[in-house]
Design a binder for this molecule. Structure first.
Ligand SMILES: Nc1ncnc2c1ncn2[C@@H]1O[C@H](COP(=O)(O)OP(=O)(O)OP(=O)(O)O)[C@@H](O)[C@H]1O
Length: 590
């Protein structure tokens, strides 16, 4: 399986932040409201704290009890207002975070739909899913928790600083002396935790990739008795995540207690210095010292929070980077001058086609072939000779290295992907069925098909009979990938789908698995119905199919080494005759 190496450094945090800000920036109205409410909360906090000092100097010291009650009621009202304003801020931010992550999820999903197959060849689907779920969740969590903290933190720091300086510049400067120590300590800790957070996120992707592969391959795991090995490998990846997570969280967890200690020292120093100033007869009261200490607490709190946020932000940035990495992949794109085709006749021509999946190994070499409208071309050849590859190219799943593939004289490079794929229908050995109703599964062949058309196609495909025997007929919901149907039934459904699509070109990968004779006959009949009037390329495994083909192409090591009808090729007694004698004679259909 393809393991993604967990990169331990953010590649370009600045750009990642900018891109995230672009997503957040589109919710300007909410952001402005959050800002306004933050300012309100901070102002309430500044004046509330100032009132606390006044209580000491003007009411407790003078014994003015009725004034004290009044001011307490005012304070309670202010605290209630601050709580309400904080609640609104959080509510707004949760909205922004959800909307942002939903936008990112949508963009990533859309991108994934347009990634070339080549991308999926080299990336595990579990890792991709992890990017779509875990990484985006992480961004969501961080946004909803951190952005308000960041905005209100900055406003608080500025507000408190001004309020402190106005009360006592000397004590303010003494209180600020410890800030650089806190910042330096946090930065040192971050240096250690940053790579661990990034590694954790990457490991999580790997774990998902592994789980996804093992769940879908569970049958093979059991058949080959690989449970122990699989468990061991899983344990290794799981341990790796646990290790990086524990280290990252434990180290970053030290930060809170250390900062608390430093802050408490600051308050102590302020109280002592304040006391000394009062004793020396400077123009300062007990209430002012008390207020400054409270302000200092309100000042330190957001500083610690912002420093902590940088930790969570790193996790989110690591996730965001993984998401944007996929978004930056080159999509499968139509050329600017591509045309939409409709009603193709189905004249297919391959001229000097050369192809390799990775540039290092040539898979197809100088392929030339012409299929006239309505002809059936059977492609035969040993395993790995390139049969499936030819079919992948006709669908433009991959781009050819050189040569030309044309339909009705039009280069397929100049035809839009969507209209090309609409004109070519494919019946693979292993059809993918979705966990929706039979009817909806069939409708994949043609989204505009009416229920009557669906039923008609199912009848032609010999599938109607068994569908009617299912619990809810056409409305029966299939289990994951049609797991509750037999191999033969799945093939009949895929044939019905292809009949519905009514395309002029057909690609068939004939099933190799043996199916009971009755179903086999049903499939053969359905195929004949399906192929009527269509240009058909078929990776043939059944003798009857090969015999009836207008042209047989014998492929070996990516080259067409013989071509002709069955009888012609048998007569020439070459590669095909050999293949036929060793493979097909003993195979199905004889
Ligand atoms: N996605 C891919 N990436 C890289 N190489 C590939 C890919 N798919 C196939 N190949 C290689 O291309 C060659 C031709 O494969 P292809 O699937 O076309 O063979 P085939 O004739 O259809 O074989 P079979 O009868 O076993 O299905 C093989 O050597 C295979 O290893």
């Amino acid at each position: 399986m393809h393991m993604v190496k967990s990169n331990e450094k953010l590649n370009n945090p600045k750009e990642t932040i900018n891109r995230l800000l672009k997503y957040i920036g589109s919710k300007k109205a909410s952001l402005i409201l959050i800002f306004v409410f933050c300012v309100i909360t901070t102002l309430v906090s500044i004046f509330g704290t100032k009132l606390n000092g006044d209580i000491v100097d003007n009411y407790i010291a003078t014994g003015n009890m009725s004034g004290l009650y009044k001011i307490c009621i005012i304070l309670i009202a202010m605290y209630l207002a601050a709580t309400a304003s904080t609640f609104v801020q959080n509510r707004l931010m949760v909205g922004i975070a959800q909307k942002t992550s939903s936008d990112i999820r949508k963009d990533l999903y859309e991108k994934m739909q347009h990634l070339p197959l080549k991308y999926y060849d080299t990336h595990s689907s579990g890792d991709l899913m992890s990017r779509l779920t875990n990484d985006i969740d992480n961004i969501n969590m961080t946004l909803s928790q951190s952005i308000t903290q960041l905005i209100s933190g900055v406003i608080n720091i500025i507000g408190m600083l001004i309020a402190m300086l106005m009360l006592s510049p000397q004590l303010t400067i003494i209180g600020l002396l410890t800030i650089p120590i806190t910042i330096m300590g946090t930065r040192t800790i971050m240096k250690y935790t940053q790579p661990l957070f990034i590694k954790k996120q990457g490991d999580l992707g790997n774990l998902n990739g592994y789980i996804e592969e093992m769940v879908s391959g569970q049958k093979a795991v059991l058949l080959f008795g690989q449970e122990e090995n699989v468990k061991k490998e899983f344990d290794n990846i799981n341990k790796s995540i646990t290790k990086s997570a524990i280290l990252a969280d434990a180290i970053s967890g030290c930060m809170g207690p250390i900062n608390n200690f430093i802050n408490n020292l600051t308050y102590l120093v302020l109280a002592v210095c304040g006391g000394v100033f009062i004793l020396k007869g400077m123009d300062i009261s007990v209430g002012i010292v008390f207020t400054i200490i409270l302000y200092m607490r309100n000042f330190n709190q957001p500083i610690n929070q912002i420093l902590n946020i940088s930790n969570t932000l790193q996790g989110a940035l690591a996730g965001a980077e993984r998401v944007f990495e996929v978004m930056d992949e080159n999509p499968e794109m139509d050329k600017d001058n591509s045309v939409v085709v409709d009603n193709l006749q189905g004249e297919v021509k391959l001229e000097k086609v050369e192809f390799s999946y990775n540039n290092d190994k040539k898979i197809l070499n100088n392929i030339n072939l012409t299929a006239h409208k309505g002809q059936t071309i059977a492609i035969v050849g040993p395993t790995g000779s390139g049969k499936t590859t030819i079919i992948n190219l006709l669908n433009k799943f991959y781009t050819i290295d050189s040569g030309r593939i044309s339909i009705d004289g039009k280069n397929i490079d100049d035809i839009t992907m969507e209209s090309l794929r609409k004109s070519v229908s494919v019946v693979l050995q292993d059809t993918y069925l979705f966990s929706v109703s039979v009817r909806e599964n069939l409708r994949y062949g043609n989204l505009n098909a009416t229920d009557e058309e669906i039923e008609k196609a199912a009848k032609l495909a010999n599938a109607h009979h068994f569908i009617m025997q299912l619990e809810d007929g056409y409305d029966t919901v299939l289990s994951d990938n049609g797991g509750n149907l037999s191999q033969g039934q799945r093939q009949l459904l895929s044939i019905a789908r292809a009949i519905l699509s009514n395309s002029s070109i057909l690609i068939l990968d004939e099933a190799t698995s043996s199916i009971d004779t009755r179903t086999e006959v049903a499939i053969q009949e359905a195929m004949v119905n399906l192929m009527k009037g269509k240009t058909t390329f078929i990776i043939a495994h059944r003798l009857s199919t090969i015999r009836n083909a207008d042209k047989i192409l014998a492929l070996k090591d990516g080259e067409i080494i013989e071509r002709g009808t069955h009888d012609e090729l048998l007569q020439s007694d070459g590669f095909y005759a050999n293949l036929y004698n060793s493979q097909f004679r003993s195979g199905l259909g004889i």
